[in-house]
Structures are given as C-alpha cells and as structure tokens.
Design a protein around this ligand. Structure first.
Ligand SMILES: [Fe+2]
Length: 465
C-alpha cells in the first residue's frame, strides 16, 4: 500500500513537473478577461476650466533639454493678457529673492470651426539636478502654482523610475489607469507611447476634446514630465473638412525638446534622463533610407554612450512584434528598416502602443532573411530588445481582445486588459519591470520581469509570471 502511494505521488509529481516545464517554455495568454465594450468617454463637463479670470489651464511639463536640466512648461489661457505668458519658478524652501521668471512663446490655431485659446510654452534651463522646484503661472488674480523635481545628474548607476502609459484617451477606464499610476509614489516621469486625446474619433475631430484631455492629465502631467511620442490619433489629417496639415493640434499643444538632439522634427527626438537614453520615433513619418528620420536615427545611435547611459530605450507608436489581430503587421515596414540597428546597438526595451491590450515579447530578432535563405521567422537573440505593447491606457475604442492562435513563440505574455507599467532602473545592470492591470478596485501586478541590461549584463531573463 505504502509503495503504491509512493509510486502515485511520484507519478503526480512528474506530471506537475512536466506541465510546469511545458508552460515555462511557452508564452502565456492570460485567462483574465475584460468586457470588450468600448469604454465610455468622460463628458466634456467633467473637466471645466479652473475658476478665476483667465486662469492658466491644461498645464503639462516635459524635459526641455538633452540632459534633464531644462523643462518645457506648457499651459493655456483663454485670453492673451499681459503676464498670462509668464512663469515664475523657484527652488522649494528658498526665499523669494531667488525667484526667476521666464516668458513663454504664445500661439493659437484654427481647426475647422474651432479657434483654440492661447497656448503658452516656456523652456526653462540651467536647473539644478535632483531638486524640487515650485512654479507659478500667470500674473494677477488667477495665478496657479505647481511643482516638479528635476532628475539626478546623468550617470550609469543612477536609479530612476519611469511610468509607461499608451493610448490613454479620456474614458472612465483612462481615469482608472491614470489614478492607479498616480497612487503609486514610485513613478518620476512618464514615457507616453502615443495616442493622447482621441479627439479625431469625434465629428470634425472635435478640438474641445484636446482641451478636455489637457485638463484631465494635468493632475499628473503638471507635476512630472511626460515624454511624448506621437500616434495615429495625433495626425488629425482631414482634407474633407479642409484640414491638411498633419499633426497640427498635437504640435501646437505638446512641445518636445527635439532641437536638443539635432532632430528636425518634434515627431522624433531623444533625451538623456538619469541612467537612460530615450529615443522617440514616429511611425507615421517617413523612415526609409534617405529620409530625415532615418538619417537622424543612424547618427543618433552612434551618439549613445552606454558607459554614461546604460539603458537604451526606444518609444514608437506602432508595435513591431504584435500577436493581436488588431493592427497586425502594421509596424512591419519600420521593423524591416530599423531592426538590424536595434540589435547591433543592443537596445534594451522598445515600448509601443496602438494595440489596445498588453503584450511582452521574448528577446527575438528577425534580421537574417535575405529573400533566398528562408530564414523568415523570429529567433531568440540575446542582443535584441524586449518589445512591449502598452496601448492599454483605456481609450474610447475599447479592448483589443482578438489574439492570433497558437501564441507565437516570440510572444512571452499577452493580456487583453487596461493598465500601465513601471520601469524601475536600479543600476547599470538591473531594472525591475512590472505591468499593472486595472483591477476592479485597484491595480494588480500581472506581469513582471527583472530586465538585465544588454550592454553590461546580456544574460537571458526569466519571467516572474
Ligand atoms: Fe494608435
């Protein structure tokens, strides 16, 4: 009897072991399911302008130079009064005599039957590293005050935590995503993978939705920089209503420090922040050989010094490795163009949006194909980036829940839910990556990985799923 039980226990253990072994070599499709209905957008009235005459609104900040000692501060006022374009800033706990002021450039635009308010963008430079600043917008009766903390000086072992959000929109689910991110004090800056307001999902690209979006994200984006990438919902190209200038509202409203990286377009640029080198690309601008974006990226990759910034991170809107039937293969031509460079330069992570779900790839590359050799499948490659699709912010178009089956070998984890991610860089070798699904009440960590730096520690990672 005892022998039989022992044999039974052994067989059971073997079955469990074999099952775990099989799973550990395959990608995971999460069994967690969300209702696939479109998410309901928060009404315009949810975000009224702030009280007071000509009060500054839609406040957001982003890095304003290449190294993190500058900040672009952006805001909107209904009227262009004297002083409405002034920002006053000072180091926290300093006396008033140290206050400095800067004047913003002011612009406005017309889109179909909509006239924008006055859009102010001030770049302040020469800030101290790792220092808390207050800033106050406007002069007179309706000033508003905010604060931010500058990053530590750029260096190889500087810890820094980025939030990662994509395709946010302005639904009740978007609200959950944003407040889940904000409720965790770890995030110091946001990498935003494109698709902001979804104004273009409304008749005549209702530009009031851009205003509402600015008011919505102000709760976070006025206090920590959001590093913006442009998505397809930023194009706003609508010749049927006479709007033929692509990216007009986005470029008017969201300035980025592209000139600091010798870029000729705000749609692609780079920054250094702490121990990371962030490269932002545009899926919806020309990228073939001889185009400005292609030439810029070729030069840019040569400038990255991994001894100074070990973490090389790329943001682009349309994913290159996506096993969802939504937007399947849309990023393929850019992958073919740029993937060899990413492998040669040992990019650590590529963040993309566009697909309204979450997916993380294995470290794979697909660069050997030469039309006659048949080598057209992705293969495991320790020099390749991890590709993360994080278009799961929660916008009006709803969840993308139609995956290809069987799950391709390049796909490590995928789940059709809303959420956001954190990338906690610890030092030159390790970063803790976690994906936070929007749960029913609070966010739940549903995917996590200790990411090993491709330059300093190019070992294979083991998923903690
Ligand atoms: Fe998109």
């Amino acid at each position: 009897m005892g022998l039989k039980l022992n044999r039974l226990a052994f067989v059971c253990s073997l079955i469990v072991f074999l099952t775990i072994s099989a799973v550990s070599h395959a990608g995971v499709t999460s069994s967690y399911t969300r209702v696939a209905e479109p998410s309901e957008e928060m009404p315009l009235e949810t975000f009224p302008p702030p009280p007071g005459y000509n009060a500054p609104e839609q406040v957001h900040i982003t890095q304003g130079d290449h190294n993190g000692r500058g900040m672009i501060i952006s805001w909107v006022t209904p009227v262009n009064d004297d002083g409405s374009n002034v920002v006053t800033y000072w180091i926290a706990d300093s006396d008033a005599s140290t206050n400095q002021t800067a004047e913003a450039s002011t612009d406005s635009y017309r889109y179909f039957d909509y006239n924008s308010a006055f859009l102010h963008h001030a770049t302040i430079k020469g800030l101290k590293y790792d220092t808390k600043y207050f800033y106050e917008l406007g002069t007179g009766r309706s000033t508003r005050r905010f604060y931010f903390t500058t990053p530590p000086e750029v260096g190889p072992d500087v810890p820094y935590t980025f939030g990662v959000i994509g395709d946010l929109g302005q639904t009740f689910a978007s609200n959950q995503t944003l407040y889940n991110y904000m409720s965790n004090p770890k995030g110091q800056a946001v990498l935003f993978a494109g698709d902001l307001s979804y104004a273009d999902d409304h008749p005549n690209h209702d530009q009031r939705k851009w205003d509402a979006y600015g008011r919505f994200v102000e709760a976070c984006a006025a206090f920590q920089p959001w590093i913006w990438a442009a998505g397809n919902h930023e194009i706003d190209y609508a010749p049927s209503i006479g709007e033929t200038e692509a990216f007009k509202p986005y470029k008017k409203r969201y300035h980025v420090p592209y000139k600091a990286s010798k870029s000729t377009s705000p749609l692609w640029y780079s920054i250094k922040r702490a121990s990371a080198y962030i490269i932002v690309l545009s899926s919806y601008s020309a990228f073939d050989k001889y185009t400005p974006q292609n030439s810029w990226l070729e030069d840019e990759l040569k400038k990255v010094n991994r001894e100074e910034t070990p973490w090389l991170i790329v943001m682009v809107h349309s994913p290159w490795y996506n096993s969802n039937n939504y937007h399947y293969m849309e990023g393929e031509s850019m992958r073919v163009t740029f993937e060899p460079w990413f492998v040669q330069n040992k990019v650590d992570i590529v963040f993309a949006g566009h697909v309204h779900a979450y997916e993380r790839s294995e470290r794979v590359s697909n660069i050997n194909y030469n039309i006659t050799d048949g080598l057209s499948s992705p293969v495991k490659d320790p020099s390749a980036p991890i590709y993360i699709t994080i278009g799961d912010g929660g916008n009006i178009e709803g969840i993308a829940n139609d995956y290809t089956y069987p799950q391709p070998s390049y796909s490590a984890y995928r789940e059709a839910s809303f959420g956001h991610a954190l990338l906690e860089i610890k030092n030159r070798t390790h970063a803790l990556y976690t994906w936070h699904r929007n749960g029913d009440k609070e966010s739940v960590i549903s995917d996590s990985l200790w990411v090993k730096n491709r330059y300093f520690l190019p070992e294979v990672e083991t998923s903690m799923v």
